[in-house]
Ligand binder design. Sequence first.
Ligand SMILES: Nc1nc(=O)c2c([nH]1)NC[C@@H]1CN(c3ccc(C(=O)N[C@@H](CCC(=O)O)C(=O)O)cc3)CN21
Ligand SMILES: O=c1ccn([C@H]2C[C@H](O)[C@@H](COP(=O)(O)O)O2)c(=O)[nH]1
Length: 283
Amino acid sequence: MKQYLDLCNRIVNEGEWVNNERTGKRCLTVINADLTYDVSKGEFPLVTTRKSYWKSAIAEIIGYLRGYDNAADFRALGTKTWDANANENEVWLNNPYRKGEDDMGLCYGAIGRHFPKPDGGHIDLLQHIIEDLSRGVDNRGEILTFYHPGAFHMACLRPCMYSHHFSLLGDTLYLNSTQRSCDVPLGLNFNMVQVYVLLAIVAQITGKKPGKAFHKIVNAHIYEDQLELMRDVQLKREPYPLPTLKINPEIKSLKDIETWVTMDDFAVEGYQFHDPIAYPFSV
Ligand SMILES: Nc1nc(=O)c2c([nH]1)NC[C@@H]1CN(c3ccc(C(=O)N[C@@H](CCC(=O)O)C(=O)O)cc3)CN21
Ligand SMILES: O=c1ccn([C@H]2C[C@H](O)[C@@H](COP(=O)(O)O)O2)c(=O)[nH]1
């Protein structure tokens, strides 16, 4: 929690204003932040200085692992977070590749589970990683990437947290996740939870011990219409101790994640939080 608040304070105190063409808004911005979550110690990084919707965050990452490319599938899993990008952005609505209501196009899991090969066909990056790690193999390139510049014109948004690199040291699994762009009041609440859950669940299904997850953020920003709420409300609050996350131990394979897992297979214990803050969202 301290890492999160330090980053928020750093943006408020040292950030520079940058005009963002895509949203038409200004963002108070800093470059580079490195957050670490010790999954072995159960340091679940859930924001406590406002109510944080952790089920929604976990639904997003499970949807990416399933290769979803449609906001309706995300809704069925438990999150509405892709509705606006799929259905309200003018540029995407006019994109000839958009396949209709709720389509998100070629982004996130639609790329990572189906990465196009220049010589034809596709690779399921996640399946390969799970197979390797389960056999105790780390080929120093166990990278789940969602980043395919050749597909950007066919997607509603470029992936923000775009790379997840897994590593083994003995029986301990590590994760380095990289994020190119971060909406700190809204997106980062979710992204911290997602990095933690990704390491915890991949360790669980590959039979490894979870170690640390390292979360690198490049462009970290607060939109102009979010600044007052962050500076004058959220940052005035005292954080509570971190809660813990429990994952159903019956989840044992990628197939389980793909077929029957729901948000009821996750529970957060001891979550104390301050009142919700409704931050404005930029489409
Ligand atoms: N501007 C922007 N910020 C983001 O964080 C973001 C995007 N766009 N587009 C793609 C995804 C969608 N994500 C989102 C979208 C909405 C919320 C949101 O509205 N959160 C509210 C309510 C969540 C709920 O009720 O489930 C929050 O208070 O956290 C969070 C993350 C993260 N991403
Ligand atoms: O997981 C996510 C997804 C998106 N965001 C934020 C970061 C930016 O504010 C927008 C994306 O805009 P770009 O113009 O494509 O950078 O969404 C996030 O924080 N976390």
